[in-house]
Design a protein around this ligand. Structure first.
Ligand SMILES: Nc1ncnc2c1ncn2[C@@H]1O[C@H](COP(=O)(O)OP(=O)(O)OP(=O)(O)O)[C@@H](O)[C@H]1O
Ligand SMILES: [Mg+2]
Length: 285
């Protein structure tokens, strides 16, 4: 069972971000790390319209959250960007880093709610799993994993196994693994969805810290509007299925931010109320 889980994670890594696409498409010129959906519709089984005419551009280095009712196609959009959907289900234009989506795009790292750590690997072993799959030399990946574990607050826990870590600590390891990949684009599907409110807030600050340091382009899906507003440069609100974009709202809160400190700012609460109103509109659309 556990081995199966690692295999699933490995498969996803290989599908979404590794050798399958051949040579890495490292963007050494620092060029486009953006994502663009242009008038995208997604239809499953020829009849189930899931996403309806969605246009959404995410600039290089931007942090954009998508919120919307369950089943409106949020995960499906990420899967499309990661090249994980069959080509015949989507209409419209999609580019990732200036190129059409491709399965095995090394420029993408995908992180999910379930940490999917391997129980027989230590925190360090898990943190370097992605770079191991990508074939980085042992010493380099180990050093990188150690640095990242320290950044996510797990110095001293390098040799601990997942069963000896709390849920929040495990998700910290997963963050270290994700950032260890060096992919300029992060697709994050409710990465903190399984955490309690307190731990979630801590992890949000850890993610913002990593993002400030490494400046990845982030598309972040969440059901938590507070999380969306406090983390993002923009919040995109979708309607219920078939999902359409009902609002694309700039979040003009300063950076660097502390999620905890924002809770005391009236501007944050105003933005939260605006996003909430749009979400309600989308539920009834
Ligand atoms: N591969 C697939 N084949 C057929 N239908 C699919 C497939 N993937 C997703 N769907 C359908 O598309 C719709 C949207 O699913 P999706 O997982 O994108 O929703 P979501 O917005 O991420 O919801 P949630 O917030 O619950 O995660 C659902 O009705 C789902 O059943
Ligand atoms: Mg989903």
């Amino acid at each position: 069972m556990a081995q199966a889980e690692e295999n699933v994670w490995n498969a996803r890594m290989v599908e979404a971000s590794s050798e399958a696409a051949g040579a890495p498409s490292r963007d050494t010129a620092g060029g486009s790390r953006s994502i663009a959906f242009d008038r995208v519709s997604i239809i499953f089984g020829g009849t189930l319209l899931v996403v309806d005419d969605v246009s959404l551009h995410v600039a290089a280095g931007e942090f954009v959250s998508i919120v919307g009712p369950s089943g409106c196609g949020k995960t499906t959009l990420l899967n499309l960007a990661a090249g994980l959907l069959p080509s015949d289900v989507a209409k419209g234009g999609v580019t990732v880093g200036g190129k059409p989506p491709v399965r095995g795009n090394r420029d993408i790292a995908y992180m999910l709610a379930r940490d999917a750590l391997s129980p027989w690997r230590t925190a360090l072993g898990n943190a370097e799993l992605g770079t191991e799959i990508r074939g980085l030399p042992a010493r380099e990946r180990r050093d990188r994993a150690r640095r990242l574990l320290e950044t996510v607050g797990l110095k001293g826990f390098e040799d601990a196994y997942p069963k000896a870590l709390s849920q929040g600590m495990r998700q910290r390891v997963a963050l270290a693994r994700t950032f260890g990949l060096d992919s300029p684009i992060l697709l994050m599907d409710e990465p903190f969805g399984a955490l309690d409110a307190q731990t979630k807030m801590q992890l949000e600050d850890v993610l913002l810290d990593l993002w400030q340091r490494y400046r990845r382009t982030v598309v972040f899906i969440t059901h938590d509007l507070s999380e969306a507003v406090s983390m993002s440069d923009r919040v995109v609100v979708m309607t219920r299925r078939p999902g359409r974009v009902i609002a694309d709202m700039a979040i003009p809160l300063g950076r660097p931010r502390s999620v905890r400190a924002l809770q005391k700012q009236p501007a944050y609460h105003r933005l939260y109320a605006e996003v909430w109103a749009k979400l309600e509109e989308g539920l009834n659309a």
